[in-house]
Write a protein that binds this ligand. Sequence first.
Ligand code: SF4
Ligand code: SF4
Length: 138
Amino acid sequence: MIHLPIVDDCHGCGVCCLQMGFPTFMLPAKPLTEVEIDADPELRQRAKDPDIRRHLLDGHPGESFWHDLPQHLRLELEEFWEVHDGKTDSLNGPCIWLDLVTRQCKHHEYRPHVCRDFDVGSIECQEWREHYRDRIKP
Ligand code: SF4
Ligand code: SF4
């Protein structure tokens, strides 16, 4: 198979946003106690990973981009999560912020940390493009 060229911009691509479901901000989380973790079957399962357990015990103030998000976008996302009743882990379709026509992020300046860390032209970018090559716009 002929490999796709390595690109230096996202024009017409957007494939790394096609399976995200929604912008994945690191949200504020209050510190939990050992008792609270062990009382919840799902948390108990997740906390078998020592790093996740530490994270749950420490809590998190939430990423800065979440705190900087305009009120109307924050409300829109909170409504989205409410409608999906916390079942967002199973959402793997296009990110709700992805414009499917232009293949660009509708709120690029407000995108979360995880999206900013994903470098165009990186190995991961190339892997996504190869995997979803048939979904890249000509
Ligand atoms: S896969 Fe690469 S080129 Fe395509 S949108 Fe993502 S970062 Fe941009
Ligand atoms: S927030 Fe924007 S950049 Fe991040 S996955 Fe969604 S559409 Fe892509």
